[in-house]
Design a protein around this ligand. Structure first.
Ligand code: ATP
Ligand code: MG
Length: 564
């Protein structure tokens, strides 16, 4: 493709609304343009990369026996009502006005609809069906460019099995295929066990990449590979030690002391001698949550421990319930339910609020003074704490979910009555799995992990073009004829070449554009080298430059290709 004839609208400036590197670079390199919040158009260069990614996904899905479908995005609402998912998706689902249709946010229902009555016998199973297709989700906060879009491409696959053991096998095939896909896409990823949330079913795992743009927070151990969402992650943190002698309870005047740090400073005590209180409303009834020192309550762990509706107490409610403001609350005299983090189990000689502004209480023995206390794992773990598996340090960071594999079980087959006859002739619901990959997220996450101050650094497999040929001074006849000849030769040899044949651009602009676009091998045709029958080759990732003989170009290119 000649650059002079192509539509690659690069931008010099960083667009205003883009904050994260992948979003900035996808706009600057002319890969995408925003149409509306969370809705992106892929321009020719960006779409080339999408095709490379989907090709890798197709090859690996086909390799595990997947058969490709293409289902409609416009779905009769009725089918979704049978699984109660119109309600479950709520505002996230797009509805078509005046018609009983929805735009599909995923395709469990429709695949199950097709399985029903056609996968009739255990002999028809297993099956793995997949598609690479557009999904619609009215995300409350579309952000980070294509990472959270309201319309996006998903590879979704569904396995249909006759037994739970066979589901294990289908799940494990997907796990292997996913690892291959993400490896071939050049991503550094890790796998986290997750709760299966609204999808229903049993085991599920998420494939994640570390990124500040992520909306999940995970704990990861580099040594043993332990990875867990902080909503469930645990660490080997020491419990609060129980002293052999319990002191008596006593009240202390603590004027203007509101935080744990201020209290420790004022009383010259250690953080671990304090118990911080937070009050939540659980199904509109107050619950006091006690945490050790500055430990933070993880609200998902709290919600899982309590079940039902949980929300923090408003300041005015707090005053009414306890008689005091935040910073002076404690378990002694609190007349509602009290729960505590496991780290505080049976702790004694603790300091906490007195439920009276400007006062604290010392000498608290949770066993003696709060007999009805219940303990749960409630704390958010922090970087540097020890891994429960191997004792190494855990790192806590933000991450983006690239893909998700679920053992769905029979939730959808039961709701839609997709049954098969087993060996004994008994009708049973088909046992299903569902597996998703966000295609645009693969692309954005790759860029998040492969860029420098000049632009994107594509790998050989994802790059929109194989080679970037730059004719430096295209007003010079010698350069024009040599670079045109090289262009034709490389094309004939099977390379996909982007040829910067623009006449009115300086060498500097051409080099900058080449680095911004990030094609891994640049071939530079300049006057000085050409006079000696030489060309310059630059590798985008390392910036290394080589002067090569013009007539050895093809041989050298294949050597360079093995280096990138
Ligand atoms: P998230 O927690 O990020 O919202 P999800 O759990 O809703 O993801 P799934 O329903 O499992 O995602 O969808 C499968 C894959 O589709 C995800 O792993 C992700 O890569 C991609 N995906 C989901 N929502 C979006 C979105 N709004 N924009 C782009 N990709 C998405
Ligand atoms: Mg979601």
């Amino acid at each position: 493709m000649k650059l002079s004839k192509s539509y690659i609208p690069t931008l010099k400036e960083v667009p205003n609304d883009a904050i994260i590197p992948s979003h900035i670079l996808m706009l600057r390199a002319g890969l995408v343009r925003m149409l509306s919040a969370g809705i992106y158009s892929f321009l020719p260069l960006g779409y080339k990369v999408i095709k490379k990614i989907t090709q890798i996904i197709r090859e690996e899905m086909d390799a595990i026996g997947g058969q490709e479908f293409h289902l409609p995005a416009l779905n009769p609402k009725e089918i979704w009502e049978q699984t109660n998912r119109v309600e479950a998706f709520g505002d996230t689902m797009f509805h078509i006005k005046n018609r009983d249709y929805v735009l599909a946010p995923t395709h469990e229902e429709i695949m199950t609809y097709h399985a029903k009555g056609t996968l009739k016998s255990y002999k028809d199973l297993p099956q793995t069906w997949y598609q690479i297709q557009t999904k619609f989700r009215n995300e409350a906060r579309p952000r980070s460019g294509v990472i959270r879009g309201r319309q996006f491409l998903m590879k979704d696959s569904y396995s249909f099995d006759s037994s739970w053991e066979n589901l294990d096998a289908s799940y494990s095939l997907h796990d292997k295929a996913y690892r291959k896909i993400f490896e071939r896409c050049g991503l550094k990823f890790f796998v986290v066990g997750a709760s299966s949330g609204a999808m229903g079913g049993n085991k599920s795992e998420e494939f994640m990449v570390k990124s500040d743009a992520g909306e999940d927070t995970v704990a990861y151990c580099e040594k043993c590979g332990y990875a867990a969402n902080v909503e469930v992650a645990q660490s080997n943190i020491e419990s609060v030690a129980r002293n052999s002698e319990s002191k008596e309870i006593y009240e202390i005047s603590t004027p203007n002391i509101h935080s744990i740090d201020e209290l420790c400073e004022f009383l010259k005590i250690h953080e671990q001698e304090t118990a911080k209180s937070r009050v939540y409303m659980h199904n509109e009834k107050p619950v006091l949550v006690l945490m050790s020192g500055n430990d933070e309550v993880n609200e998902t762990k709290l919600a899982n421990a309590l079940g039902g509706q949980v929300r923090p107490c408003h300041p005015d409610e707090l005053k009414e319930i306890t008689g005091a403001d935040a910073g002076s609350i404690g378990p002694i005299g609190f007349s509602h339910r009290i729960i505590a983090d496991l780290r505080l189990k049976d702790g004694n000689n603790l300091y906490s609020g007195a439920n009276k502004n400007d006062f604290h209480i010392g000498g608290i023995d949770l066993k003696r003074d709060v007999p009805k206390i219940e303990y749960f794992d409630l704390r958010s773990i922090c970087s540097g704490e020890k891994c429960t598996r191997c004792g190494n340090h855990l790192e806590v960071f933000k991450a983006i979910e690239l893909g998700h594999i679920f053992k769905l079980g029979t939730k959808y087959s039961e709701a839609l009555e997709a049954n098969f006859l087993d060996e004994k002739g008994e009708a049973k619901p088909i046992i299903m799995g569902s597996y998703g990959i966000g295609v645009e997220r693969v692309m954005a996450c790759y860029i998040e992990q492969n860029f420098d101050e000049k632009g994107i650094i594509w790998s050989k497999l994802l790059s929109p073009f194989d080679l970037h040929l730059i004719g430096l001074n295209m007003k010079n006849e010698m350069i024009v004829s040599a670079s045109n000849e090289i262009y034709e030769k490389l094309k004939a040899a099977g390379y996909d070449v982007l040829f910067d044949d623009r006449k009115d651009f300086s060498a500097g602009v051409k080099f900058n554009d080449a680095d911004l676009l990030g094609i891994p091998i640049q071939i530079i045709v300049g006057e000085k080298n050409l006079k000696e029958n030489k060309l310059e080759v630059k590798l985008r990732r390392t910036g290394e430059k080589f002067i090569i003989d013009r007539n050895q170009l093809e041989q050298k290119i294949s050597e360079f290709q093995s280096m990138i």
